[in-house]
Design a binder for this molecule. Structure first.
Ligand code: 3HC
Length: 292
């Protein structure tokens, strides 16, 4: 096989991290016909991903939205592993969707630089850490970029492809084309900026929503209703933050603030307080709303 990256060379995709994003990105790839490995250090995490994806596929078939044969093929195209070394050695394209911590990502990318085939592109799904932060340790910075999916990744069409200073044109083109082959509509971000496009837009709305609620101008319910009924948003900003996870929202704010130092980017104390209480949104049964 050529040592140059090419879209035609991609038959096996490795997704690192079986969390909310990783598992749905992997299923998206499997549905598009790619042999897909989900790797996670946690056996329990892999089992939870397998259960959710099998239930999701059964649900789609039951609803008449997916052929049984397509569901069976996609589930068969997925494999689950705790062994990063072996998985990386077999991958033609790697999407890292592990914990949003630079030390963890750096260790992973350092390993990938050694273990992945020379033609493999190494992408991160991170929404906060530009790939420049992990590119150099791979020894192949030209083949590193962000490929950022949105929650729920099986549904949302957008993929933000973010290049850093040394990302090659070939890496960008292949990643954009791969996103299209996964049924997505990629957009290109030419220069790293905290939050890229979508999280910056979302953050601006959230900031205003939090201000209106904190100032007692309207209830969170009425703010959410307004976003839906006046602006046509599928869900209001508070419901969206609960869906994304308040820990993730808080982390994005912290990472952005650390990078910009601007007071306007400072994390919201109300969200930090909810996180400290363990109220992370839908996944814990409570956040801005109660889900029990
Ligand atoms: N996983 C998989 N599929 C899901 C899903 C999930 N968690 N939630 C909903 N769906 C599917 C449903 O099965 C349904 O599919 P169908 O229409 O083909 O049968 C479809 O989505 C619509 O679902 P519902 O009818 O239950 O509900 P809604 O019409 O309200 O849609 C929604 C749900 C798609 C989540 C919609 O409310 C929405 O688009 N919300 C905004 C989501 C958003 O903004 N995401 C971006 C978050 S930011 C982010 O991810 C960046 C990160 O860096 C933080």
């Amino acid at each position: 096989m050529s040592t140059q990256p090419s879209i035609e060379n991609i038959s096996t995709i490795l997704v690192i991290g079986a969390g909310t994003m990783g598992r749905q990105i992997a299923m998206t790839a499997a549905l598009a016909g790619y042999s897909t490995i989900i790797q996670d250090i946690s056996e329990d995490g892999l089992e939870a991903a397998r259960t959710e994806l099998e239930e999701w596929a059964a649900g789609r078939v039951g609803k008449g939205k997916l052929e049984q044969s397509a569901a069976t093929s996609a589930l068969a195209a997925l494999s689950y592993s705790t062994d990063l070394d072996t998985a990386a050695a077999h991958a033609d394209y790697i999407i890292e969707a592990a914990t949003e911590r630079l030390d963890i990502k750096t260790a992973i990318f350092e390993k990938l630089g050694v273990l992945a085939p020379a033609h493999a592109i190494l992408a991160t799904n991170s929404s906060t850490l530009g790939s420049s932060k992990v590119a150099q340790v791979t020894g192949r910075p030209a083949q590193v970029c962000n490929m950022h999916f949105f929650n729920p990744a099986l549904v949302m069409k957008c993929v933000e492809v973010v290049r850093h200073e040394s990302t090659s044109d070939a890496t960008v083109e292949i990643t954009m084309e791969l996103a299209r082959r996964l049924g997505k509509e990629p957009v290109l971000i030419n220069r790293e900026i905290p939050g890229f496009i979508a999280n910056r837009l979302m953050g601006a709305i959230q900031k205003e929503a939090l201000y209106l609620a904190d100032a007692g101008i309207a209830s969170i319910d009425d703010i959410d209703t307004t976003a839906r009924t006046a602006l046509g948003h599928p869900m209001g900003p508070f419901a969206l933050m609960d869906m994304v996870g308040l820990d993730v929202i808080d982390f994005i704010a912290q990472a952005t603030y650390a990078e910009t130092g601007l007071e306007e980017d400072a994390p919201n104390p109300g969200i930090a307080a909810l996180v400290a209480e363990g109220k992370l949104g839908r996944k814990t049964g409570a956040g801005f709303y109660n889900y029990n």
